[in-house]
Ligand binder design. Structure first.
Ligand code: VGL
Ligand code: ZN
Length: 203
């Protein structure tokens, strides 16, 4: 059984948003055209409290896209984005969501960022998504959404670690691309065992 995991298709990651991914909204009609073809559809929602530790604004002297060492490793610092309850945290209005069964919110603990749909960035604190999918008998995951080089990549690699067969839909993802990170992300995902597919190959 197949699940579609729609990662962070939120206003702040789309053009005009606080952490806009170039052409981030281009993928929305592609996702809308396939979301009815899965046994389950899950969305993730980046959901930060104000003053979250991943925001450059809370680290004196730091600017967005610089990095900092956190207790769990190196963290890229971001502009303030996807603040709980804000319009920027809402799903993009053109994303059709009737097939969505479950919304996994992440990044709501102030001291730790969370890119993956499965684990926070400490790689220990689970979201519960593995249990949900396994209980439904899902064994194949198809990833789409934003951003290729952060939340999609971490989710896809964790999906493989959790024992699923993982596909990443290349025309239904877009990346932030810091220092060639989109090309690096594809390499890491494919080396981990993810398969790159196009939306037209999904029946
Ligand atoms: C994301 C940076 C910060 C993402 C979320 O959805 O890829 N990137 N928060
Ligand atoms: Zn975030």
């Amino acid at each position: 059984m197949k699940a579609l995991i729609i990662v962070d298709v939120q206003n702040d990651f789309c053009p005009g948003g606080a952490l806009a991914v170039e052409n981030g909204d281009r993928i929305i009609p592609v996702i809308n055209s396939i979301s009815g073809r899965f046994d389950a559809v899950v969305q993730t929602q980046d959901w930060h409290p104000a003053g979250h530790s991943s925001f450059a604004s809370v680290h004196p002297g730091k600017k967005p896209y610089e990095t900092i060492e956190m207790f769990y490793g190196t963290q890229v610092l971001w502009p303030d984005h996807c603040i709980q309850g804000s319009a920027g945290a809402d799903f993009h209005p053109r994303l059709h969501t009737p097939a969505t069964q479950l919304i996994i919110r992440k990044g709501f603990r102030k001291a730790i960022d969370s890119y993956s749909a499965f684990y926070e960035n400490d790689k220990k604190t689970a979201t519960g998504l593995t249990g949900y999918l396994k209980n439904l008998g899902i064994d194949e995951l198809y990833f789409c959404g934003l951003a290729t080089d952060f939340c999609v990549k971490w989710s896809a690699i964790d999906g493989i670690r959790e024992g699923f067969k993982v596909y990443v839909i290349e025309d239904a993802v877009e990346g932030i691309n810091l220092d060639n990170s989109v090309a690096k992300a594809w390499k890491e995902m494919e080396e981990a065992g993810a398969k790159r597919v196009r939306s037209s190959e999904i029946l």
